[in-house]
Write a protein that binds this ligand. Sequence first.
Ligand SMILES: [Zn+2]
Length: 236
Amino acid sequence: MTQTEMIWKYQEAEVELEKLKKELDNTPERQKMKKLRRVLQEQSDRIESFKSGIKEKEDELESDLKKLETLLSDYDLEQDDLNIMLSDEECTAAELTESRKAMEELLERVNALKKALNDCRSWIAKTTDAIKETYSKGSKTKRDYEAAKAVVETERLERKPVIDKAQKEVERIELQLSPDILKRYKAIKKKFPNPVATITDNRCSGCGMSVSMSVVKKFSAGNTIMECENCGRIIC
Ligand SMILES: [Zn+2]
């Protein structure tokens, strides 16, 4: 067998091996397993994002509580001032109004802060529930994933002999190829999945362009390895 015939056989063996690997990679069970793995990842990402959200809210809660404490003590001080003013005969009505207004404003801020604190607490409670729910969904996904994985492993073992045989065939032919043609094949393979093309009606089966007569003649003449002038595929 010439090197040209051999490289064609090599491509056929590679195509067969790739086909078998692809089939194994695309079984419904393997697709299912991959999907479940994605779902598991999403669930775990969601839990992480919930947790970091809770952490932020807890920090917010802590700082709001400190603010509330300050406001309440300001309010007490204002209340003391007002009491003093009320017993002070020289205190004017305008001053009293001013003090009451300040207290009202403080109270408004206290109420707004209390509302924010409640919102924050209920958000944390809700998110904690969501985490629990995601965990419980996650454990079901994990079980389904493990089951699919077991089936996938069975499929792999079942198909292993055929794939191994195809792999050995590729290796067997590879040993018979000259290092030069193999190197060229592998270089072209980086660009095209099928590095070897045939000539039909003076056209390259890879790129469809016509091949010059000089190439066709040289090719017909003997055992030299020719490449398509247009795409660079090895012509066989
Ligand atoms: Zn070509």
